[in-house]
Ligand binder design. Structure first.
Ligand code: ITT
Length: 212
């Protein structure tokens, strides 16, 4: 069975594909299809955006789809960038410019007050109908400068609790053991497995939160 990951973000796709390994699914992304209309992510929450992406793309393609909406909530910034994580530093934002903006805004904030949580919401939909929703979180703090080469986005400035290194220093294998995305996917895998077995279209809400 084919599963479409509704993303054009190759970094996310890489992590999701690794985390779905072992399921009897052929994982493909939007890059395998032409003319899929852009879904405007204008929801006020990650949940709303993930659902919108999954439902629209699965309806358009007539297929089984998962969509991930994720973001970094920084306590000292009133949970920003949150739903605005991808384009936090404006039009044409890059991972580097977003990190720079965060570090600038936190310039005067001491270590103890640099707490943050990475959140990932994964929506599963089949041919325009929601199948389930899963969430994962990873708590940590924001460092003082970008460090590390692996991963993507805010990984060079995010230090998960219990670690002294950033996600970008820990490497993909370790990140995938503790990240918000891996926690969401543990739940999403159960939803997908159940759905593939029964083919029912029950809406299930799963929530998983564990400290890092
Ligand atoms: P799609 O909508 O096509 O999936 P996107 O990059 O626009 O890709 P989001 O709207 O979910 O995805 O934005 C999430 C942003 O949050 C992403 O661009 C990164 O900057 C950041 N982010 C999400 N997960 C991350 C992770 O695991 N590590 C570092 N940064 C992450």
């Amino acid at each position: 069975m084919e599963l479409v990951v509704a993303t054009r973000n190759q970094d996310k796709l890489k992590e999701i594909s690794a985390l779905l390994r072992g399921l009897p699914l052929e994982v493909v992304s939007l890059d395998n299809f032409r003319n899929v209309p852009e879904v405007i992510e204008n929801g006020r929450t990650l949940e709303a955006n993930a659902k919108k992406k999954a439902v629209h793309v699965s309806r358009f393609l007539g297929r089984f789809v998962v969509a991930d909406d994720s973001g970094l909530e920084i306590e000292a910034l009133g949970k920003e960038p949150g739903v605005h994580s991808a384009r936090f530093s404006g039009k044409g934002a890059t991972y580097a410019s977003n990190n720079k903006k965060v570090l600038k805004l936190l310039n005067a904030v001491p270590r103890a007050k640099r707490t943050a949580v990475f959140r990932c919401v994964i929506a599963v939909a089949d041919r325009g109908k929601m199948v389930g929703l899963a969430e994962g979180r990873c708590r940590g703090r924001i460092g003082f400068r970008p460090i590390g080469r692996t991963g993507f986005g805010y990984d060079p400035i995010f230090v998960p609790y219990g670690y002294k290194k950033t996600f970008a220093q820990l490497g993909l294998k370790k990140k995938n053991r503790i990240s918000h995305r891996s926690r969401a996917l543990i739940e999403a895998r159960k939803i997908i497995k159940r759905y593939v077995l029964t083919h029912s279209t029950l809406l299930r809400v799963n929530f998983l939160e564990q400290p890092c």
